[in-house]
Write a protein that binds this ligand. Structure first.
Ligand SMILES: O=P(O)(O)OC[C@@H](O)[C@@H](O)c1c[nH]c2ccccc12
Length: 270
C-alpha cells in the first residue's frame, strides 16, 4: 500500500485530520531541511511536501519566492538534492510519506522516464506539479501509476465543471486550493469555499486536503472539519526565515528548531 493511503486510513480510524506541511528544500541548506523534516514529524506532521526551489515560482507568494531564491543562491538545489533530503530523513528513521512538490520545468529537464525511477528508488509516495494542466498530464499520470507514485491534482474554486474530470484521475488525495491568487498566509478565503470543498468531497471517494493561506490554529481547526487534510506552507516557511540567524550558529540551532516545533504544535493543536 502507498504510504499516503496508509496514513489517511490510519487518521480516518482515529478521526484526525492530516497535517501536511510544505517545506522549501535547501533553505538554508539540505542538512537543515533534513533536521526540520524530523522536527515536523515529531511535532505531528502526517506527510511532507518537499518543495523543489524554482527560479520562476509563478504560483508562489513572496515568502516562498524568497525561500526558493535563498535555496538556489546558497546551494543550486535540484530535484536530486530534494530526493537526497528524503533519503537522509528516511535513514534517520523518518516514517513520513514524502510528496515531491515541483513545477513542471525541472521535471522536463530531468526527463519523465528518469524522474519516476528516481522517485520510486527514493521511496517518494506522491508528486504534485502545480503547473501541469489536466489536458497535458496523460503521460505523467501513466508513468506515475506504473511506478506506484500518487499524482496529486489541484482543484481551485474556479475549476467548476472541470472538478469531476480532475478528481476522476486523482490518486492519493485531491488538493483543494482555498483561494485564487498565489500562496501566502491569509485572513480570509474564497467566498464560496465551503460549497467548493463540499462539491469536491461529493465528487470523489479520495481524501481531500485544503491549502493556500492557512496560518492559524483557528483556520486549521475550521478546515479540519471540512477536509481530511490541511496543507500549510508559507506560514511554516516564514518561521524558517525568522530563525535563519539562529540556524547559522551551532550554539543556537537547537533553539531555532524548537521554535519551529512549537509553532507547529500551536498551529495544529486540538
Ligand atoms: O503557502 P500556503 O499559502 O500555506 O499554501 C500551501 C503551499 O505553500 C504549497 O502547497 C505550495 C507551495 N507552492 C505552491 C504552488 C502552487 C500550489 C501550492 C503550492
Amino acid at each position: 500500500m502507498n504510504r499516503i493511503d496508509a496514513v489517511f486510513a490510519d487518521l480516518k480510524a482515529k478521526n484526525k485530520p492530516a497535517f501536511i506541511p510544505f517545506l522549501t528544500i535547501g533553505d538554508p541548506d539540505v542538512r537543515t531541511s533534513v533536521e526540520i523534516i524530523k522536527v515536523l514529524e515529531k511535532a505531528g506532521a502526517s506527510m511532507v511536501e518537499l518543495g523543489v526551489p524554482y527560479s520562476d515560482p509563478l504560483a508562489d507568494g513572496p515568502v516562498i519566492q524568497r525561500s526558493s531564491m535563498r535555496a538556489l543562491k546558497n546551494n543550486q538545489i535540484s530535484i536530486y538534492d530534494c530526493l537526497q533530503a528524503a533519503k537522509q530523513a528516511r535513514s534517520e528513521g523518518s516514517e513520513l510519506p514524502f510528496i515531491l512538490f515541483t513545477y513542471y520545468n525541472p521535471v522536463l529537464q530531468l526527463g519523465l522516464d528518469k524522474i519516476f525511477s528516481l522517485l520510486q528508488d527514493n521511496d517518494i509516495s506522491g508528486l504534485i506539479i502545480p503547473d501541469l494542466p489536466m489536458e497535458e498530464d496523460g503521460e505523467v499520470r501513466e508513468l506515475a501509476g506504473r511506478h506506484g507514485i500518487h499524482l496529486i491534482p489541484l482543484v481551485a474554486p474556479t475549476s467548476n465543471d472541470r472538478i469531476k474530470r480532475i478528481v476522476s484521475r486523482a490518486a492519493g488525495f485531491v488538493y483543494c486550493v482555498s483561494s485564487l491568487g498565489v500562496t501566502g498566509a491569509r485572513t480570509e478565503f474564497h467566498s464560496g469555499i465551503n460549497e467548493f470543498l463540499s462539491t469536491v468531497k461529493q465528487s470523489t471517494a479520495l481524501p481531500i486536503a485544503v491549502g493556500f493561506g492557512v496560518s492559524t490554529n483557528e483556520q486549521f481547526k475550521r478546515f479540519s472539519q471540512l477536509c481530511e487534510g490541511v496543507v500549510v506552507g508559507s506560514a511554516l516557511v516564514r518561521q524558517v526565515e525568522e530563525v535563519l540567524p539562529l540556524l547559522e550558529k551551532e550554539e543556537t540551532r537547537t533553539q531555532a528548531l524548537l521554535q519551529i516545533h512549537d509553532f507547529v504544535r500551536q498551529l495544529i493543536s486540538d
